[in-house]
Design a protein around this ligand. Structure first.
Ligand code: GTP
Ligand code: MG
Ligand code: ZN
Length: 366
């Protein structure tokens, strides 16, 4: 190992994992890196086997300590992972502060029910949620105003832009400075195009909207954090069209700003009110998304029943396996999916996506 020439460089510097590539982690250090002089501002790190032994996963967004940095080869080893403030499963990112939900005003058409589903899913992460509506060049100013008024009623203040017309992005830049933001939304709405304009140096792959359905073609495959010129990190994410709602039926209502507003001044008669037919309910009413709420509620009830059923099966399997042993021994479980470690399947999938990407970029450069 060669020592750094700069006195600011400490022995085990701290940084943020900005990408995971097979068994390597790309770590951007907080302090000056000698490599920056060569135009490289990260270390490619492995994970200490001690961390592997204790099952400590390392994910994009993790704050880590790096041991024995080798400034000549740009290598190091992650020796410690700081406790996570937040953890998202899809995309797998630790320590994010906010979600920037991007939708297109057209191509693909803005479907209010789909938007509502994405908003509820985003709210359920507990992160701050903001909304950006792209492709305003494809609709009239009156239509755009209509959407903004409608979304105000929902409790949101969307930023409308047209990346093709080169709208000013200053308002968005302010929102994104000094935070870790996940850019999310359906396929083909312009997430990667937006990041490309915010950070011109990175040049993410953008795809044309294809086919009769007017959808994009899932051009973005794996998660990576990109550094904004004003500080702050952005994660692009692959577009998907129908996020699952995995919150509990009682949690659901609080993911609607309209409901939160109603519950500031008054409360329902029953504390476990699901706001359907219960007497003296202050949430049931004529607000636009009440129907969305009822549809999502059915979905969360069905989800809960599936969970109950599978945990009963698991429980009885355990009891059968434990016959003769202490039958009260039950493994503790984390209540919500969002704080669990990413599953092996997710990791394998990410890895497959990465390998595919590497293959693809090889083919492209051939
Ligand atoms: N008309 C119009 N088209 C746009 C605008 N912004 C992006 N597009 C086009 O929309 C298509 C999809 O853009 P992407 O940036 O790849 O979309 P994405 O959301 O990253 O898509 P996925 O990676 O598949 O999730 C591309 O053909 C872009 O050129 C815009 O402001 N107006
Ligand atoms: Mg994309
Ligand atoms: Zn109620």
């Amino acid at each position: 190992m060669s020592a750094g020439s700069n006195s600011q460089v400490v022995h085990a510097p701290v940084g943020t994992v900005v990408a995971v590539q097979a068994n390597y982690y790309r770590v951007r250090l907080d302090t000056f890196i000698p490599l920056e002089a060569r135009g490289v501002d990260y270390l490619l790190c492995t994970r200490r086997s001690r961390l592997k032994k204790i099952g400590q996963q390392v994910m994009v967004g993790d704050r880590v300590a790096v041991e024995e940095p080798d400034w000549v080869d740009g290598r190091g080893a992650i020796s410690d992972v700081k406790p996570r403030q937040t953890q998202m499963d899809r995309p797998p990112v630790a320590n994010a502060n906010q979600i920037l939900l991007v939708f297109a005003l057209a191509e693909p058409n803005l479907d209010p029910f789909q938007l509502s589903r994405f908003l509820v899913k985003a709210e359920s992460t507990g992160l701050a949620v903001s909304l950006c509506l792209n492709k305003s060049d494809l609709i009239t100013p009156e239509m755009r105003q209509k959407w903004c008024d409608r979304l105000h009623q929902w409790g949101y203040d969307p930023t409308t832009i047209s990346l093709h017309e080169g709208s000013s992005l200053t308002a968005l830049q302010h929102q994104l400075a000094n935070t870790i933001t996940i850019v999310s939304g359906p396929s083909g709405v312009g997430k990667s195009s937006l990041i490309n304009q915010l950070i011109p140096a990175i040049d993410l792959r953008v795809n044309s909207v294809s086919g009769k359905l007017g959808r994009g073609r899932h051009t973005t495959r794996h998660v990576e954090l990109f550094r904004l010129p004003d500080g702050g990190l952005l994660a692009d994410s692959p577009g998907f069209n129908q996020p699952d709602l995995d919150c509990t039926p009682t949690e659901l209502a609080r993911y609607f700003p309209e409901v939160r507003q109603r519950l500031i001044e008054k409360s329902c008669q029953f504390s476990n009110c699901l706001h359907r037919t219960e007497p003296n309910c202050v949430v049931r009413g004529t607000w636009e998304r009440y129907d969305h709420y009822l549809t999502f509620l059915d979905e969360t009830i069905a989800h809960k029943e599936t969970l109950n059923h599978s945990s009963q099966v698991e429980e009885s399997t355990k009891l059968m396996n434990n016959k003769g042993e202490d039958q009260l021994q039950v493994e503790p479980k984390l209540a919500t999916k969002k704080y669990r470690q990413p599953s092996r399947r997710t990791q394998k999938q990410t890895l497959r996506d990465l390998c595919h990407d590497i293959e693809e970029s090889r083919t492209e450069s051939d």
